[in-house]
Design a protein around this ligand. Structure first.
Ligand SMILES: [Zn+2]
Ligand SMILES: [Zn+2]
Length: 138
């Protein structure tokens, strides 16, 4: 989702776009995902220092509006990214970075079959991979 669209949604909902909120959205729109610990120095760089509680509050606010995504990564602190099309993550065992990973669409469609096999309703799935990222895989 482009940042412009996020600003428009906030405007439509008559939510305020404070400089700090804008800075957080701009940060998240750069290559992520981002944890609060990574976001804090970015805010400081922009002359908008904040504490963790404030940033968490902002992230929860954006998450509740469905504008950002909270990642489900086992054994990791919370990471966030701008809401984008469905994708997965690779956790690099060397540089420890989390990279976005696209799977062949058919794989995700096959996962939807779980619904039929179990007679339940699956609305989403979170599938993470570990290994070497494109940079470390050299
Ligand atoms: Zn790596
Ligand atoms: Zn998927």
């Amino acid at each position: 989702m482009p940042t412009k669209k996020i600003y428009q949604i906030l405007k439509d909902r008559e939510e305020r776009l404070t400089p700090r909120r804008r800075a957080i959205i701009e940060t998240l729109s750069k290559n992520g995902p981002w944890s609060v610990d990574l976001i804090l120095p970015e805010l400081k760089k922009r002359g908008l220092p904040a504490n963790k509680t404030t940033v968490y509050r902002e992230l929860n606010f954006l998450n509740n509006l469905g504008l950002i995504n909270e990642l489900h990564l086992p054994g990791r602190k919370k990471y966030y990214e701008i809401q984008t099309e469905h994708h997965h993550h690779l956790i690099c065992s060397k540089c420890k970075k989390i990279k976005q990973l696209k799977l062949p669409a058919i794989l995700c469609k096959m996962l939807a079959d779980v619904t039929y096999i179990n007679n339940c309703t699956i609305t989403n799935h979170h599938l993470e991979f570990s290994g070497l990222c494109n940079r470390c895989n050299k």
